[in-house]
Structure formats: structure tokens, C-alpha cells
Design a protein around this ligand. Structure first.
Ligand SMILES: [Zn+2]
Length: 127
């Protein structure tokens, strides 16, 4: 898995569904986009990200503002976390790592009892 894959190759390698894979990319799975808009994925980094995503939330014990920084290889408290709603109950939480400053994307799910939304906050996440 220590290679660079295209989306199609990775779908085949993982036996995954193309659409699921693309959802993961949107959720922040590590990938590179070249000048022609082609997506390239580093197999090992991607697998690590997926493993992290698939751990039950209980086990991860992550707060909403916490995420796994791929550069620091540890869970950090994001700076300025923003919640970006996605399709269905999925959402994306984006923030900066306080240690290395890189942008972290984390997937999430709406809770069954979501807190009342703050329209001002949502507005500010569209930038
Ligand atoms: Zn970091």
C-alpha cells in the first residue's frame, strides 16, 4: 500500500465503492490533486485515515473540536473548528492543527439530538 493510486485503482485495491471513496476524499482523506484535476492517493496514508475514521466514536473519545492530525500523528484540539454540513447526516469539521498549523478535515455525523443551530455560525463557515 506504499504507493500512489488513482481513485479507480484504489477502488479496486480496497474493493470499495467508488462513491464511498469519493465521499471519504470530501471528508478529508489525504489525497493530491494535480494541475489537470486528477486525484492521486497515497495508499498507506489513506489506509491510516480510513482506520481512524472507522473506529467507533466511543473508542476515539474525540470531542467535536478534536481531530487526528496526519502530520503530527496524534489527536489534537483544532483551532477555529468549523462545521460544514454535507449530504444526509454527514458533516465535515475543518480546523487547524495547533502544533503544525496544517488544515485538518474530519468527518462527523449529526447526533440524533442535534443542538439548535446557530445561523450566524453556519454563515461564517461558507467562506
Ligand atoms: Zn499537526
Amino acid at each position: 500500500m506504499d504507493d500512489i493510486y488513482t481513485v479507480g485503482e484504489l477502488v479496486e485495491a480496497l474493493g470499495a465503492v467508488d462513491r464511498t471513496l469519493r465521499d471519504w476524499l470530501v471528508l478529508g482523506a489525504p489525497h493530491i490533486r494535480d494541475k489537470r484535476g486528477h486525484i492521486w492517493i497515497h495508499g498507506r496514508e489513506f489506509a491510516g485515515w480510513v482506520a481512524e475514521m472507522q473506529k467507533p466514536k466511543r473508542e476515539r473519545g474525540l470531542e467535536d473540536n478534536e481531530a487526528f492530525c496526519l502530520r503530527c500523528k496524534e489527536i489534537v484540539k483544532m483551532v477555529n473548528p468549523e462545521t460544514v454540513p454535507m449530504r444526509g447526516k454527514l458533516l465535515r469539521i475543518r480546523g487547524k492543527c495547533p502544533q503544525c498549523g496544517c488544515t485538518i478535515n474530519r468527518g462527523g455525523r449529526l447526533r440524533s439530538n442535534p443542538k439548535p443551530r446557530n445561523p450566524e455560525f453556519e454563515e461564517s463557515t461558507r467562506a
